[in-house]
Design a protein around this ligand. Structure first.
Ligand code: COA
Ligand code: AMP
Length: 629
C-alpha cells in the first residue's frame, strides 16, 4: 500500500486503524475499544486497556530473544568514553533501580522529576519510573534553578533523580547546586533525591534526603512491571508558550506505545534490530520519543550521544558516530547541520567515513531551510526528510512517510499529513482557506493516540490554549499553508514561541524576567532571524524615568538575569535600550513589525499604529547591534 492508501484507510475508520496498530503492543488487558470520547472535545485512547511501557520497551524484547542485542549505545566525545548496554542488562538495571525507588516509597501515580544530562542512566531513570507506573517529568539540563523550581511546584514530585553534573564543551555544569537551589525556591519539597555521581564532579549529599544512585540499590529486590490503565499518564513534559509559565503536556501510556511503535517503521523506516539515532536531548520531546521510547519499544538500538555537532572534537563527529555504530536512520535539528556546514561546507569530514549504513536523515524542531537540506542531500547522498511536530503531539504531524513510500521531496515543506492527522488551514473565522493561501494550521479533533489529552492540572488552560479558538479543532500555534498536492508549509508561530537552535522558548517568559529588573519600566522580546540558530531573542528595554545607569550596564544585568532565571539555553545575549516601544492605539506592542525591521524585510505600516516615528527609533537601535541593515 502506498501513502495515499494508508492515509485513506485511516480516514475511513480511524479506530480500526489504531486498533490494528495496537496489536503490535503487549497488553496485560486488551482495550475493549480504541477511542473514548469524554465529551467537551476531550478524548482518550485505549483507556480501559492495561499495559506497561517498560515491559514493552525492555522485558518483552528479552523474552522475545533480543536479550543480547545492544539496546543503548552511550557515546560521549566530551568524556572520550563509550559503553553498550544489551536489552538483558537494561532489564536488570532498570528493575534494580525501580526496586530501590519502590523501597523508598515511589509508587504508581507518584511524580518523579528527572534532571540529567545525556547519559544512559537518564533513560534508565525514565524506564524505572515507567516500570512502576510512576509519572516522570524530565527537565532539560540547560534550564536554571528557577525553571526547575516552577516544575517542582507544578508536578509535586515525590522524588527527583539527578546527576551530579552535565558536561558542556569546556564547562562542567554542576547540577547539584541548581537542584538544591530549586528545592529551596520551590514550595513543594520532594522526599527523596537520587544522585548519580559522575567522576567530573562529586556532589555533596544532604543526609536524610539525598541518596547515591548505586548505594541505594544495594540489597534491594528488583521490581516487576506494574500494569497501568491505557489512560494512565506515562509522563509530563513541560513546554513553552503563551505565558512564562510552562505547560505540562501529559502523555497517556497506551496511545504513546501504539503511536511511537507505528512510526518507527512507517516514518523512520527501521526494522527491529536496526540502529536508530536521534541527536537531541532527553529533556526535549525528541529525546523522549526517539532517543528513549520509540526505538526501544520497537526493538531498535538507540544512541545516547553526549556531544555537540561541532567542536567535540570536530565537524565530523556525527559521521563518526553513524559509521562506527552502523546507524540506519539519523534524526537531528536543522541548526545542527547548519553548524556542521559552516565548519565543513565542502563535506571534507563527511568523506573521511564510510556512511554506507545510513539510509535516511530526518530533520525537525524548526523550519528546515532549503539550503541546509540541499547541502545535506548532496553530502550524504540519501533522502533528507523534514518533518513537523511538537511537544504536544509527541510524533510527527506531517512527514514524508519513507517506510510506507518515499514521496517526492518539496524543499521548504515537511511533506504530507501523517495518518491520524486531518490538517486544515483556517482563516480567522475558522473557515478552511484555499490551497496556497496562508492561515492558522489546525487539526480536526480527535487527535491521534500518543498526543496530549490534556495539560497537567490545567484543563482550562488546555482548552484555552488549544481548543477554544477553532471549535472542533486543535490549534497548533503554527501558521502556514497547504499546496494543491496536500503538502504542508510551516511559516511562523501565531503565539510568542521562538525557536533558538531547535530549542522552543517563550519570548513572554523572557519579557517577564526583563520586567523584573528594577530599572526596566517596559520591555519587549522578539525573535530575529539568525543564520546558525534559526532565531535569536533580542530584548528592547524602556528604562524608568530618572534611571541614570549606563545603558550597557543595564543590558549586561538583564542578560545575566535571563541566564539565571531561565538558563543558558535561552541564549539571550542581545538587548537595546529605547525610549518607547511601537504600539497600536489600543496599546498592543507591534512585535511582528519589529521582527520585520530587524530582519531587514519589507513591511506594511500597521494601520492602527500609534506613532509611526517610533519605528525609525527601533531601526536605529537595532542597527547598533548589527540588525536592521
Ligand atoms: N546543559 C547546560 N547548558 C546547556 C545545555 C545543557 N544541556 N545545552 C546547551 N547549554 C548551554 C550552552 O552551553 C550555551 O551556553 P553558553 O551561552 O555559555 O555558550 C547555551 O546553553 C546556548 O546553547 P545553544 O543554543 O545550544 O548554543 P551552542 O552554541 O552551545 O550550540 C548548536 C549551537 C547549534 C551546535 C546546538 O544548539 C545544537 O546542537 N543544537 C541542536 C539542538 C537540538 O538537538 N534540538 C532538539 C530538537 S531536535
Ligand atoms: P517543540 O515543541 O519544541 O518540538 O517545538 C514545536 C514547534 O517547533 C512547532 O510548533 C513549530 O513551530 C516548530 N517546528 C518543529 N518542527 C518543524 C518543522 N519541521 N518545520 C517548521 N517548524 C517546525
Amino acid at each position: 500500500m502506498g501513502y495515499k492508501d494508508v492515509y485513506d484507510s485511516w480516514k475511513a475508520d480511524p479506530e480500526a486503524f489504531w486498533m490494528e496498530a495496537a496489536r503490535a503492543i503487549d497488553w496485560d488487558q486488551t482495550p475493549s475499544k480504541a477511542l473514548f470520547d469524554k465529551g467537551d472535545n476531550l478524548y482518550e485512547w485505549f483507556a480501559d486497556g492495561k499495559v506497561n511501557t517498560c515491559w514493552n520497551a525492555v522485558d518483552r524484547h528479552v523474552e522475545g530473544g533480543r536479550g543480547d542485542q545492544v539496546a543503548i549505545i552511550y557515546d560521549s566525545p566530551i568524556t572520550g568514553t563509550q559503553s553498550k548496554i544489551t536489552y538483558a542488562e537494561l532489564r536488570d538495571r532498570v528493575a534494580s533501580l525501580a526496586g530501590a525507588l519502590r523501597a523508598k516509597g515511589v509508587e504508581k501515580g507518584d511524580r518523579v522529576i528527572i534532571y540529567m544530562p545525556m547519559v544512559a542512566e537518564a533513560l534508565e531513570a525514565m524506564l524505572a519510573c515507567a516500570r512502576l507506573g510512576a509519572i516522570h517529568s524530565v527537565v532539560f539540563g540547560g534550564f536554571a534553578a528557577n525553571e526547575l523550581a516552577v516544575r517542582i511546584d507544578d508536578a509535586k514530585p515525590k522524588a527527583i533523580i539527578a546527576a551530579s553534573c552535565g558536561l558542556e564543551p569546556g564547562r562542567v555544569v554542576k547540577y547539584k547546586p541548581l537542584l538544591d537551589g530549586a528545592i529551596d525556591l520551590a514550595e513543594h519539597k520532594p522526599e527523596l533525591c537520587v544522585i548519580l555521581q559522575r567522576e567530573q564532579e562529586v556532589a555533596d549529599l544532604i543526609d536524610g534526603r539525598d541518596v547515591d544512585w548505586h548505594g541505594f540499590q544495594d540489597g534491594v529486590a528488583p521490581a516487576d512491571c506494574v500494569p497501568v490503565e491505557g489512560n494512565h499518564p506515562a509522563y509530563i513534559l513541560y513546554t513553552s508558550g503563551t505565558t512564562g509559565a510552562p505547560k505540562g503536556v501529559i502523555r497517556h501510556t497506551g496511545g504513546h506505545l501504539v503511536a511511537l511503535n507505528w512510526t518507527m517503521k512507517n516514518i523512520y523506516n527501521v526494522e527491529p534490530g536496526d540502529v536508530f539515532w536521534a541527536a537531541s536531548d532527553v529533556g526535549w520531546v525528541v529525546g523522549h520519543s526517539y532517543i528513549c521510547y520509540g526505538p526501544l519499544i520497537h526493538g531498535n538500538t538507540t544512541i545516547v550521544f553526549e556531544g555537540k555537532p561541532v567542536g567535540t572534537p570536530d565537524a565530523g563527529t556525527f559521521w563518526r558516530v553513524i559509521s562506527e555504530h552502523n546507524v540506519k536512520s539519523f534524526f537531528t535539528a536543522p541548526t545542527a547541520f547548519r553548524a556542521v556546514k559552516r565548519e565543513d561546507p565542502k563535506g571534507e569530514f563527511v568523506r573521511k567515513y564510510d556512511l554506507s549504513c545510513l539510509k535516511q536523515v530526518y530533520l525537525a524542531g524548526e523550519r528546515a531551510d532549503p539550503d541546509t537540506i540541499v547541502w545535506a542531500q548532496e553530502q550524504l547522498g540519501v533522502p533528507v526528510i523534514d518533518h513537523w511536530w511538537q511537544t504536544e503531539t509527541g510524533f510527527a504531524i506531517a512527514a514524508n512517510p519513507v517506510g510506507i513510500e518515499l514521496l517526492p521531496v518539496k524543499l521548504g515543506s515537511p511533506s504530507v499529513p501523517v495518518p491520524g492527522y486531518d490538517i486544515q488551514v483556517l482563516d480567522d473565522a475558522g473557515h478552511p482557506v484555499a490551497a496556497g493561501e496562508l492561515g492558522a494550521i489546525a487539526i480536526k479533533l480527535p487527535l491521534p493516540p500518543g498526543t496530549l489529552p490534556n495539560l497537567w492540572n490545567a484543563e482550562e488552560r488546555f482548552k484555552k490554549s488549544y481548543l477554544n479558538t477553532f471549535p472542533g479543532y486543535y490549534e497548533t500555534g503554527d501558521a502556514g499553508m497547504m499546496d494543491e498536492d496536500g503538502y504542508v508549509y510551516i511559516m511562523a508561530r501565531t503565539d510568542d514561541v521562538i525557536n533558538v537552535a531547535g530549542h522552543r522558548l517563550s519570548t513572554g517568559g523572557m519579557e517577564e524576567v526583563l520586567a523584573g529588573h528594577p530599572d526596566v519600566a517596559e520591555c519587549a522580546v522578539i525573535g530575529v532571524t539568525d543564520q546558525l540558530k534559526g532565531q535569536m531573542p533580542v530584548g528592547f528595554l524602556c528604562l524608568n524615568a530618572g534611571c541614570d545607569k549606563a545603558h550597557d550596564e543595564v543590558v549586561a544585568e538583564v542578560v545575566k538575569l535571563v541566564r539565571e532565571k531561565i538558563g543558558p539555553v535561552a541564549a539571550f545575549k542581545l538587548a537595546v535600550v529605547v525610549d518607547r516601544l511601537p504600539k497600536t492605539r489600543s496599546g498592543k506592542i507591534l512585535r511582528a513589525t519589529m521582527v520585520k525591521i530587524a530582519d531587514g524585510e519589507e513591511f506594511k505600516m500597521p494601520a492602527t499604529i500609534d506613532d509611526p516615528a517610533i519605528l525609525d527609533e527601533i531601526k536605529t537601535a537595532l542597527q547598533t547591534i548589527g540588525y536592521a541593515k
